[in-house]
Design a binder for this molecule. Structure first.
Ligand code: HEM
Length: 144
């Protein structure tokens, strides 16, 4: 992920952010087509979930050059997703859904260069989420 790619992602996110949760609407619609079983894992209000996703994407995109701050947040998010039982291949379907949503929303502005930049940023986010430190999950022996 190059500084140029970080800049392209920031700029394109600035264009879609004023459209509210449009990206999340498109993303989840596609995700539930690709992974119908995942839909049942969303227990809460989807409107709230879409806002949560948009906020998280905003934090990640704005902080993409601040690895030290972003990494613990992504580890935490990864830990939560691990507890839902989300698997590796589902992260690929999520990527496909995100790219579809961006392509639909940005139209001709979603150039191959912008697409590659989002792929690089998503790869960083997904791999960080996936590789949260599992040793934190060890059973704690109570002290007497
Ligand atoms: C970079 C990738 C992803 C991001 C940024 C992301 C973001 C989020 C956020 C912010 C939440 C809310 C967590 C909370 O309530 O504290 C969430 C929940 C959730 N996500 Fe993701 N997610 C990602 C990937 C995935 C993937 C790959 C799947 C499955 C295909 C998935 C399925 C879910 C489910 C089932 C929930 C729980 C909803 C509920 O509690 O009702 N997410 N995600």
């Amino acid at each position: 992920m190059t500084p140029k790619q970080q800049e392209l992602v920031k700029k394109s996110f600035e264009k879609v952010r004023p459209k509210g949760t449009e990206i999340a609407d498109l993303l989840y619609k596609k995700l539930f087509e690709l992974e119908p079983k995942v839909a049942g894992l969303f227990r809460g209000d989807m409107k709230e979930q879409k806002e949560k996703l948009m906020r998280m994407l905003q934090i990640a995109v704005e902080g993409i050059d601040n690895h030290a701050e972003l990494q613990p947040m992504l580890f935490n998010l990864g830990r939560i997703h691990h507890s839902y039982g989300i698997e590796g291949h589902q992260f690929m379907s999520f990527q496909e859904s995100l790219l579809h949503a961006l392509r639909t929303s940005l139209g001709t502005e979603f150039t191959p260069e912008v697409e590659d930049a989002w792929k690089a940023v998503y790869l960083y986010m997904a791999t960080t989420m996936f590789n949260f430190p599992h040793h934190d999950e060890q059973v704690q022996v109570p002290h007497n």
